[in-house]
Write a protein that binds this ligand. Structure first.
Ligand code: SF4
Length: 208
């Protein structure tokens, strides 16, 4: 993947929330803050600002830049814990909300683990998610299934960003919490049949 553009790890999170949001941000460079993204940014900045330290045999490194050339991904990790006796490394990702039923947070964390693994040339078997709202830490083993799912998601995001085609709007409940709501206009574009008709006319034109 040497000549391919590296995908930022943040794109996986945006894709998880909404593939259209991912394409708007990473292909069309559209960005807007709302209180949710601002809170998330503040949390990450606070974590990043912390100095490296060692406590009880564990080294804590913050704001660690990583990449995995084989997968074509890159990003900055909130925290890496290194057990000084064994050399075992563990990525720790801070989340603003609470644990979710779906796998998306685990996939993002596993992608971080794959980056560390490739850079350090040694196995990274697990990581941890720390949830601000519930003050809860969840350990996440990087199982073969999770690794496979993560690679698949990276491939899907790469396809989305390489194709350069922004998915059409579908209004869902999550849109109300989306920072791009005003720019995307899902209620109008997603429900208005005439708008969709015009959209389709343009699409047909583009195909010619
Ligand atoms: S408003 Fe809805 S459809 Fe538009 S980018 Fe956000 S989540 Fe996706």
């Amino acid at each position: 993947m040497q000549n391919e553009k590296l995908i930022p790890l943040s794109a996986l999170q945006h894709y998880a929330f909404c593939p259209r949001q991912c394409a708007l941000i990473h292909n069309e460079q559209v960005w807007a803050e709302n209180w949710l993204t601002a809170q998330g940014q503040l949390l990450h900045q606070r974590v990043d600002r912390g100095e490296p330290e060692t406590r009880k045999g564990i080294r804590y490194e913050r704001g660690v830049l990583v990449s995995a050339e084989s997968l074509g991904i890159t990003g900055k990790l909130d925290l890496v814990e290194i057990d000084l006796a064994s050399g075992v490394m563990k990525p720790v990702e801070y989340k603003r909300g609470k644990p979710k039923r779906d796998n998306w947070d685990r996939i993002q964390l596993c992608a971080q683990g794959l980056c560390l693994e490739e850079m350090q040339g040694r196995p990274v078997d697990s990581g941890a998610l720390w949830y601000w709202q519930t003050r809860h830490r969840a350990d996440v083993p990087f199982s073969l299934d999770l690794r496979e799912e993560t690679r698949q998601v990276v491939a899907n995001v790469r396809k989305l960003l390489t194709d350069g085609e922004t998915p059409k709007v579908i209004y869902e409940k999550k849109c109300d919490a989306c920072s791009l709501f005003d720019l995307c206009n899902p209620k109008l574009l997603g429900k208005d049949r005439s708008a969709r008709y015009v959209d389709d006319l343009f699409d047909e034109g583009e195909a010619e």
